[in-house]
Design a protein around this ligand. Structure first.
Ligand SMILES: Cc1cc2nc3c(=O)[nH]c(=O)nc-3n(C[C@H](O)[C@H](O)[C@H](O)COP(=O)(O)OP(=O)(O)OC[C@H]3O[C@@H](n4cnc5c(N)ncnc54)[C@H](O)[C@@H]3O)c2cc1C
Length: 637
């Protein structure tokens, strides 16, 4: 900036004119804005990489290591340590950035990190648009300086906006932030840039008034077309429209983006700056190409290549509002816990190319399907007999892709109809997407799910158990909390949970809390909280312990039942997440992770519970755990 101020002073004495100054800055400032944003992304990538490698390798250090204050504290009594102050500050940063929120109504939540990024981006972009706009005669905010510059700056942001909106995006790759979380930034940037484009458009109208002589000019026509398209785009992208009419949003978004980009390309071409626009087509095309290649690779039998797996899925109605979908995995389709796949079902969807994201509930490992003899470490395992299938299927767990799908109003409602008919449905799978949590370095992991959120927490639990068995994780305690509407839902996962619990090594303490929160009519006779030692159990003729529900449903507690296992608790009330998390934090030292996948209200309670004072710098400095929270929202929040 100083260089330009100096140049301004000298300008009157040199050949520099307002026009040359303007056009130099118009081209230079967007580049400078890019360097700053690039640097910001690079810094995030460095922090994320440090955090990734720290998690990866810290988990393997099983022995006491005094150089790591977090690990060392596991083996220490709780006491104040100055060395833990930096860690306390990192925790304070996590609480302030991600757990302090602004709430708008019941469903819209922004965390402080999002608020900060939004404010910073607005200031950044408008600062770059309006600095050094004093002309050579000393008039401040000369419209000729900032009018075109705002347009150029706005144009320069589109490659990044496009990248952030794609599923296979470079920013996600280098920062490790999932594409669905980056979607917030995509929308936020689009809206700020939209405002800047109106500043550009409005100032052009003022500058060139009366505008009539220009109406025949190409640049103007394309400019107007793209602004109309962008305005429609911004309206249909508003949350109420996305929530109420996702398909409308999807198709309008697609057509308006195309119209906008074509318009913007021809508009900017007139001023030889189309180089900011055509990369958008390349980025978008590359994402589509990767998706198409994946689609062909994983669904090749449909495309007539060889005898690949036929992926006719079985849709089963588990309850009035849940469908389980399962199908044979494509042989070369691999995924990690917590990842998502996009499912395309032409016979179910109303519109072509309709793809819906669902989290893969099955676990890509043979461990939980290994024959009994292969698991000599588990004595108990040999005592129980479990059917071959898991998650309700007759195929081995790792050979299937299983999804728990909450029935909503559109595609999922039609899937429910297909399940009722009992037909097989053709499915194309695109994925997997999203990062996978590696909880190896955490001493305690708390996994909290509501309903179909168990698709996320179940594979994560299985992964922890497998890693501890293989000596790849320092985890010593897992708490698994699942809230369900009906006690029947337990059968979605009970077999696999039993297997997992039997295979868990003794060094890993596991607590399973199942909370049935449905209408009292279905659960009235459940005791307030239940464990196998509960005296309220009734004994039926066959010798099994049973609990009979008011609507005639029966929970059987025989030796093979999930509830026969000591560490499993059943309660007919909402989990008191504040109390559970407070107690876990009190009992834990070292590192603690909390992963949540459920309703907005569950996420809100957990965020609230893990603020100060439960997770505060002082608590960490006093030997308390350093707590990381991950919230999976099942939507573009
Ligand atoms: C990363 C991710 C993982 C998910 N995992 C699961 C899961 O394991 N189980 C589960 O039940 N649900 C999951 N969902 C939510 C699921 O994708 C939507 O509920 C489903 O697509 C709704 O379809 P519908 O036509 O019945 O919705 P509608 O009744 O039309 O709308 C219901 C809601 O779903 C949203 N929605 C609709 N279509 C889509 C779409 N194609 N992509 C994204 N959101 C959409 C709408 O904005 C609206 O808020 C996940 C969502 C995301 C983003």
């Amino acid at each position: 900036m100083d260089t330009y101020m100096a140049r301004d002073v000298l300008a009157s004495r040199s050949s520099v004119t307002d026009k040359t100054l303007r056009s130099t800055r118009n081209k230079l400032y967007p580049l400078q804005a890019w360097y700053c944003i690039g640097l910001f992304i690079f810094i995030i990538a460095v922090f994320q990489s440090i955090s990734f490698f720290h998690s990866k390798f810290a988990g393997r250090r099983k022995t006491f290591n005094d150089s790591d204050p977090e690990l060392a504290s596991v083996h220490r009594r709780r006491s104040f340590s100055w060395r833990r102050i930096p860690l306390g500050l990192v925790n304070a940063y996590r609480v302030i950035s991600f757990r302090w929120t602004l709430e708008f109504g019941k469903t819209y939540t922004l965390n402080m990190a999002e608020v900060f990024v939004t404010i910073a981006y607005i200031i950044f972009l408008f600062l770059w648009a309006f600095i050094n706009t004093t002309d050579l005669e000393g008039h401040a905010f000369d419209i000729t300086y900032w009018s075109n510059r705002s347009g150029m700056l706005a144009a320069s942001q589109f490659p990044l906006i496009t990248a952030l909106g794609t599923k296979n995006n470079i920013v996600s790759l280098i920062t490790g932030i999932s594409y669905d979380k980056l979607n917030y930034v995509h929308r936020m940037m689009s809206r700020v840039v939209f405002t800047l484009l109106w500043v550009h458009g409005g100032s052009e109208v003022v500058r060139n008034a009366p505008f009539q002589p220009y109406f025949a000019e190409q640049w103007l026509v394309w400019g107007v077309v793209s602004m109309i398209a962008f305005s429609i785009l911004c309206i249909v992208s508003l949350r109420p429209v996305r929530a109420q009419a996702y398909e409308l949003f999807f198709y309008v978004h697609f057509s308006m983006v195309l119209t906008f980009l074509i318009g913007a390309y021809y508009h900017t071409k007139q001023f030889t700056v189309a180089y900011w626009i055509y990369p958008c087509f390349v980025i978008w095309g590359l994402d589509r190409l990767i998706r198409f290649i994946r689609l062909v690779m994983f669904n090749h039998s449909y495309f007539g290549f060889g005898s690949g797996s036929t992926m006719d899925a079985t849709a089963e109605l588990l309850s009035d509002d849940f469908v389980r979908l399962r199908f044979h995995r494509p042989s070369h389709f691999h995924w990690t816990p917590g990842q998502t796949a996009y499912l395309i079902m032409p016979s179910v969807s109303r519109l072509p190319f309709e793809a819906h994201p669902f989290t893969i509930a099955s676990f890509n490992s043979k461990l939980f399907d290994a024959p009994k003899e292969q698991n000599p470490t588990s004595e108990k395992y040999t005592q129980i007999s479990i059917a071959e299938g898991s998650l309700g299927s007759s195929a081995p767990f790792w050979k299937e892709l299983v999804f728990f799908i909450n029935v909503r109003e559109g595609f999922t409602a039609r899937l429910k109809d297909a399940a009722l008919k009992g037909d097989k449905v053709k499915v194309f799978v695109d994925g997997p997407y999203g990062p996978s949590p590696n909880l190896s370095s955490y001493d305690t992991s708390v996994l909290i799910a509501g309903g179909s959120g168990v698709s996320y927490t179940l594979p994560v639990l299985l992964d922890i158990i497998e890693r501890v068995r293989n000596g790849q994780s320092s985890c010593s305690r897992v708490v698994f909390i699942w809230s369900i509407r009906s006690v029947d839902h337990i059968h979605w996962i009970d077999e696999v949970l039993i297997r997992a619990l039997r295979l868990a090594p003794p060094s890993l303490s596991i607590s399973i809390h199942i909370h049935v929160t449905g209408a009292p009519s279905t659960i009235e006779t459940l005791p307030q909280s239940y464990s196998p030692k509960d005296e309220k159990r009734a004994r039926d003729d066959s010798g099994s312990d049973i609990m009979e529900l008011q609507d005639g449903k029966v929970v059987e507690i025989n030796n093979d039942s999930l509830f026969a296992i000591e560490s499993v608790k059943l309660a007919h009330e909402r989990p008191d997440l504040w109390a559970i998390l407070r107690d876990e934090v009190k009992a834990t030292t070292g590192r603690m992770s909390v992963s949540v996948c459920g309703s907005q209200s569950i996420a809100r309670s957990v965020r609230g519970a893990l603020r100060f004072p439960v997770s505060s710098p002082l608590s960490v400095a006093n030997g308390g755990p350093s707590v990381t929270l991950h919230i999976e929202s099942f939507g573009y929040a």
